[in-house]
Write a protein that binds this ligand. Structure first.
Ligand code: AHG
Ligand code: MN
Ligand code: MN
Length: 363
């Protein structure tokens, strides 16, 4: 195995970053290290998989359990949530936590000191992929609590726009386990050395190319898409002979965190837009623990993240588990999709095949 002795560990990276802020208490670094510990434990559980009896539905023998999203929880969803709680509740850095898998925010238990940060997480993203051994990940967002924030902690404490995030990141449990982190000063990537159990800095400055020829969207929803999304995808599919004048490639992993990682590595655009499938849901992905942390990473890497209408980080949340339309990735593509949303919608004529894009009767 190629071996380098001069790699920077996550701890060293955090300490060196902190030196730039002489007033910093060290709380924040300790918090990130606790989050990283949760991710290492989840990585191990995911890797053991069915060897440890960890595949399948949670509580299958009792008919399964459903989370607040109305989604069946996997054993690993529940275990990952517990690991996040256990590794982060004791440290004294947090005032509360919120998760995809918990209806309400969690207070720091009596007996542990309270801190000034809030931790929001999706303990396992892409969990429909667990049993088929495809990459999954954990996504986290760190907010600051108001100085006079009352406890028990309220939902409202977490309803801050993504632009207020102090840090965000994700761990990806793929062929290697990686931790991607932004503290608002660019984006860095660490790879887990499984023998040392340390995250090593392997990607010191991640940036997203502004242009791309790769898009990701679940096309089984195409009949529910709004016109600007239809137009964008149609133009990609038309390739060299269409208005874009170039061929596009398509990917869909169904783990948003893995799609985000591919885009961070080589560019691309991801869309889970608002659609008309279920009018009670303004999209599929959740604002606080999916869209906002990934949005901050995208923006910090020179990409863009949007609802299709406005930057996702500008949205004032209205609920802990709020869903939102999400488009992110290479800047020029996201801006194009935003332009298509901003343009006045064509008349209903454009929905009639004879008058549709590329039809005989269109000038
Ligand atoms: P989670 O597993 O945390 O519930 O999130 C699943 C999300 C996301 O990871 C992915 O992009 C999307 O759901 C998959 O959607 P489809 O089922 O439409 O493919
Ligand atoms: Mn998720
Ligand atoms: Mn999840």
């Amino acid at each position: 195995m190629p071996f380098r002795t001069n790699r920077t560990t996550l701890t060293q990276y955090l300490i060196e970053e902190r030196r730039r802020y002489p007033g910093a208490s060290g709380d924040f670094n300790a918090l990130i290290l606790d989050v990283a510990m949760a991710c290492k434990q989840i990585s191990k559980a995911v890797a053991y998989g069915e060897l440890a009896g960890l595949h399948g539905e949670h509580n299958a023998e009792e008919g399964g359990s459903i989370n607040i999203q109305g989604e069946a929880q996997k054993k690993l969803d529940v275990l990952s949530n517990d690991l996040f709680i256990k590794t982060n509740e004791w440290g004294g850095h947090l005032l509360g936590m919120a998760s995809e898998e918990m209806d309400d925010p969690l207070d720091i238990p009596e007996g542990y000191p309270k801190g000034r940060y809030l931790l929001v997480f999706d303990p396992l993203d892409g969990s429909s992929n667990i049993d088929v051994n495809v990459s999954v990940g954990s996504i986290f967002s760190i907010l600051r609590a108001a100085d006079d924030e009352p406890t028990p902690i309220s939902h409202e404490a977490f309803l801050q726009p993504g632009s207020k995030q102090v840090a965000a990141g994700y761990a990806l449990y793929g062929p290697s386990t990686m931790l991607i982190l932004t503290v608002g000063n660019g984006v860095v990537g660490f790879t887990l050395d499984p023998t040392l159990g340390e995250f090593m800095l392997t990607h010191p400055n991640l940036t997203i190319p502004e242009d791309t020829q790769e898009f990701a969207i679940n096309t089984s929803n195409s009949r529910f898409w709004e016109a600007p999304v239809k137009r964008y995808v149609d133009e990609c599919l038309a390739g060299k002979t269409g208005p874009r004048g170039k061929d596009f490639n398509m990917r869909w992993i169904a783990s948003m965190v893995a799609e985000a990682h591919r885009i961070l590595m080589r560019g691309g655009v991801f869309m889970y837009p608002r659609d008309t499938k279920d009018p009670s849901k303004a999209g599929k992905l959740r604002l606080l623990y999916e869209a906002n942390p990934v949005g901050m990473i995208m923006e910090q890497a020179g990409g863009r993240a949007s609802t299709g209408h406005v930057p996702v980080l500008d949205v004032k949340p209205s609920g802990l588990h709020q869903r939102i339309g999400l488009v992110f990735g290479s800047k020029n593509e996201v801006e194009r999709i935003e332009r298509y949303h901003a343009e006045p919608q064509k008349s209903r004529d454009s929905e009639i095949p004879l008058f549709a894009e590329r039809s005989l009767f269109r000038d």
